[in-house]
Ligand binder design. Structure first.
Ligand SMILES: [Zn+2]
Length: 251
């Protein structure tokens, strides 16, 4: 894997934690790679990332992994608010609104090489390779519904809620019943919070609840035909939760 070191961003500071636990994937929403390099390296913009990957598959290292790049902004995952401190940020030269509106083969294969490398180096579980929209679900939608999570999954670089036996699901349902947690929304939010999501705003307003569900679908249910029919979404969240509870995947 070849890295390009000709461009560096001044937008970073010291990490507040030493442990790198997450990888956050973004898209730039800018017109092309030159524009992204200019933007991410401009001190005025106060944003950056560790890696930027072009449509041609070139990987630019803009901030040293040792430092805290400024890519996640206000964000939350699994009781942690300072996602910039415990993550590596990867930006992809992609925008739904310009000509770079596909995740090109070269871009994706470079991303795979980079993820493999980082996963091994920091011992990061697939469960912790996340979208920006997972850690900032009320502000962000990147890398969006077209991002090839399925391809990453084939390379063992993504988590997918798998099959869980009916009995296990039944026992989880009974657990909620016994505690009198009966509304679908309350159960779903409880599960999403356990998975790691920030559910604070969803508790207050349905608009935010729908944002959260949409971003969950964009990551884990990309083939869903009718996103308004929440049946499949609820089922998958339940499986997702069960897997985490049963396998103790979370530390
Ligand atoms: Zn982003």
């Amino acid at each position: 894997m070849k890295l390009i070191h000709n461009f560096k961003s001044p937008n970073f500071n010291k990490r507040k934690h030493n442990k790198i636990e997450l990888i956050i994937v973004h898209y730039t929403a800018l017109e092309n790679i030159n524009e992204s390099l200019r933007y991410l390296c401009d001190i005025k913009n106060k944003v950056s990332c560790h890696y930027l990957i072009s449509q041609k598959g070139q990987i630019y290292n803009l901030v040293s992994e040792k430092n805290r790049a400024w890519h996640a902004g206000i964000s939350y995952w699994n009781l942690e608010n300072d996602i910039n401190s415990n993550s590596i940020g990867i930006e992809l030269d992609y925008s739904p609104n310009y000509q770079n509106n596909i995740f090109s083969k070269k871009l994706v294969s470079s991303l795979i090489a980079l993820l493999k490398n980082l996963k091994k180096k920091y011992n990061i579980s697939n469960y912790n390779i996340l979208a920006h929209s997972d850690v900032s679900p009320y502000r962000k939608i990147d890398p969006g519904s077209k991002f090839p999570w399925n391809t990453l999954y084939k390379y063992d670089l993504a988590f997918s809620p798998e099959k869980v036996s009916k009995n296990k699901i039944k026992s989880i349902r009974n657990w909620f019943k016994k505690r009198d947690i009966s509304s679908k929304k309350n159960i779903t939010l409880f599960m999403l919070a356990y998975i790691g999501y920030d559910t604070s705003l969803s508790n207050q307003k349905n608009f935010y609840y729908n944002c959260l569900l949409k971003n969950y679908q964009n990551h884990y249910l990309q083939n869903l035909k009718n996103s308004k029919n929440l049946h499949k979404t609820y089922d998958l969240i339940e499986k997702h939760f069960c897997i985490l509870v049963l396998t103790n995947l979370k530390k």
